[in-house]
Design a protein around this ligand. Structure first.
Ligand SMILES: *Cc1c(COP(=O)(O)O)cnc(C)c1O
Length: 234
């Protein structure tokens, strides 16, 4: 089932949209199955779980005596990240999608300086009507990119957001449009901020239930979990 769903999704996605397979709460075997189907990017939302899976892969490589086994796998971190857990995540994740505070930006920058590593991040934006969700407001994004802050060890690759949890397609669409507008605002100011690469174009939006709408509204990266791996057992 995992393979079939990955193949189907990939055949439907426009070439401009990357697929992140959200493997949180699913065992490593599920990741291997998706990898065999050609999937390379996996999303995890808990530091301990990401670290455990990284270690498990190292263990499997030893067992197989094959240091190149799944060597081109990419981990994206998509959950809330506390500053005391950075060392579980930053050495392994190729993209931190869920940077939601200036405090976290600063902590990541400090970690990067200490470890001489530039970290790729997305700025998580608050676009929904759900008070429980995290993220920067449009004004906070403006403050960050207008150069008030400088981070030598952070590369901002774009924005991420989650739509309101609802069946109402109009509300979901309006949320995604807000994120697209924030991305457009960033495009207009690319030259003004040292932290923004000329490639600061990623718009990570869309999950199992709403990714078709997200793609229509300009998503470049969808994060799909339950549709690929089944329901999560918390
Ligand atoms: C869990 C999660 C997803 C995947 O959700 P599904 O509905 O299972 O596709 C996507 N993005 C984030 C940030 C998540 O935490």
């Amino acid at each position: 089932m995992i393979k079939e769903t990955i193949n189907k999704l990939k055949s439907e996605l426009p070439a401009t949209v990357k697929l992140v397979a959200v493997s949180k709460f699913h065992p490593f075997e599920a990741i291997e199955e998706a990898y065999e189907a050609g999937q390379r990017i996996f999303g995890e939302s808990r530091p301990q779980e990401l670290l455990a899976k990284v270690k498990m892969l190292e263990e499997i490589r030893l067992q197989k005596n094959d240091s190149a086994y799944m060597s081109d796998i990419e981990w994206h971190f998509i959950g809330h990240l506390q500053t005391n857990k950075l060392k579980m995540v930053l050495p392994y994740a190729s993209l931190i999608q869920s940077v939601d505070s200036v405090r976290l930006l600063q902590a990541i920058d400090n970690w990067g300086r200490a470890n001489n590593k530039v970290l790729n991040v997305l700025l998580e934006c608050f676009i929904s009507g759900d008070e429980t969700k995290q993220g920067f407001s449009r004004q906070e994004i403006l403050d960050i990119i207008s150069g008030e802050f400088r981070y030598d060890f952070i590369h901002i690759s774009g924005v991420m957001g989650m739509a309101t949890y609802t069946d109402d397609e109009q509300i979901i669409r309006a949320d995604f449009r807000r994120l697209k507008e924030i991305s457009d605002m960033i495009q207009d100011r690319l030259g003004e901020c040292a932290n923004l690469g000329s490639d600061c174009k990623e718009i990570s939006m869309g999950m199992s239930d709403d990714y078709p709408i997200a793609i229509e509204e300009g998503s470049t990266m969808i994060r799909v979990g339950s549709m690929i791996f089944g329901e999560r057992k918390y």
